[in-house]
Design a protein around this ligand. Structure first.
Ligand code: AHG
Ligand code: MN
Ligand code: MN
Length: 327
């Protein structure tokens, strides 16, 4: 049996990275325990305020955020933290060499209905050791990430992690509190017949995305020549986990539903960490055309359209967009 501690000792590039990942995943154990208690832990329902995204915060959004913030503030390797739930980055230890970004609770709309939720995290290098970190220190492309991962709180609690050139998965043993290695090199099939999208936004998508989905719905009788199936967890962590387990395509495309939200998902703490995991598992991740990991961020809360998963399907979407001509 290989635990997370064993794996990090044998793989982490630096003790600092090892230590920060241990801090984040230890908080994951606390969040997992709270979710197991559910309504009995007084963690359901609204927190009664909105975050910078203009979204109503759930109690667990705030609690998960505060647990991660408190733990990382005490970690000497962490120079600063950026969170979906905080307007600005929070400085931590100026001598730290790492920056941590997270979506503390992904899939918040699932909390009160006892469905899957998760925590997504990303680690970037801190380039100004000795100085107080600021928002601008976090504005690094996703290809600079030193580590990325998620915790999926579902029928069991699973940790997916990449710190080198591959993706590993651990399952949290509730009896021992250990994360136990269950997959040592996750690989995604290049082709798939399963896709995830919130189809209610169809009228807001650009024409190429409408055509792409029309083709999938046409199935065997259409140009794709085979039937497709859909899944939608309403928690990116759940959809990405399914794709890492059995392939698939996930997309939250550009839409005109809300002028200030190009595509709903946030680049720094949803799209970038998930894209690193997907690419290292052999998949693709674009904004429909451009590689997400190459996007140079301009704001810690910027949003980006997302198309990720089985490589050949992601490439098909890109080709369709690049070669699209109005009929
Ligand atoms: P969060 O709960 O952190 O705001 O993220 C929710 C995101 C993502 O996890 C999920 O794929 C998507 O929102 C679901 O969007 P819809 O509710 O529009 O389906
Ligand atoms: Mn999220
Ligand atoms: Mn969230």
């Amino acid at each position: 049996m290989t635990t997370l501690a064993n794996y990090l000792d044998n793989h982490a590039t630096t003790p600092a990275l090892n230590d920060v990942i241990t801090t984040v995943t230890n908080v994951g154990k606390t969040i997992s325990q709270l979710l197991r208690k559910g309504a009995l832990a007084d963690i359901l329902g609204e927190a009664g305020n909105q975050n910078i995204q203009g979204e109503d915060q759930k109690k667990l959004d705030v609690l998960a955020n505060d647990l991660l913030l408190d733990a990382l503030a005490k970690n000497t390797h962490c120079a600063g933290v950026a969170s979906e739930e905080l307007d600005n980055a929070t400085p931590a230890n100026a001598d730290g060499s790492l920056l941590v970004l997270f979506d503390p609770l992904d899939g918040s709309s699932n909390i009160d209905i006892n469905m899957a939720v998760g925590t997504i995290f990303s680690v970037l290098p801190y380039q100004r050791q000795g100085q107080t970190s600021e928002n601008s220190d976090f504005l690094q492309a996703g290809n600079q990430q030193l580590a990325a991962g998620y915790l999926l709180y579902s029928t069991s609690t699973v940790l997916a992690l990449t710190i080198t050139d591959h993706v590993v998965m651990f399952s949290l043993d509730p009896d021992t509190g250990d994360y136990v290695l269950i997959e040592d090199n996750v690989q995604i099939d290049a082709d798939t017949s399963e896709y995830a999208i919130n189809a209610s936004n169809y009228r807001y998508w650009r024409a190429p995305m409408q055509q792409y989905i029309d083709e999938l719905i046409a199935g065997e009788a259409g140009v794709r020549g085979r039937d497709f199936n859909t899944r939608w967890v309403a928690a990116m962590v759940g959809d990405v986990h399914r794709i890492l387990c059995r392939g698939g395509l996930f997309t939250y495309p550009f839409d005109t539903k809300y002028a200030h939200k190009a595509g709903k998902l946030r680049l720094m703490y949803e799209a970038n960490p998930m894209s690193l995991l997907i690419e290292r598992a052999g998949g693709g991740a674009t904004d429909a055309v451009n590689r997400i990991l190459d996007i140079d961020p301009t704001d810690i809360h910027q949003r980006v359209p997302v198309v990720l998963g089985s490589k050949n399907e992601v490439d098909y979407v890109k080709d369709l967009h690049v070669n699209y001509t109005d009929k």
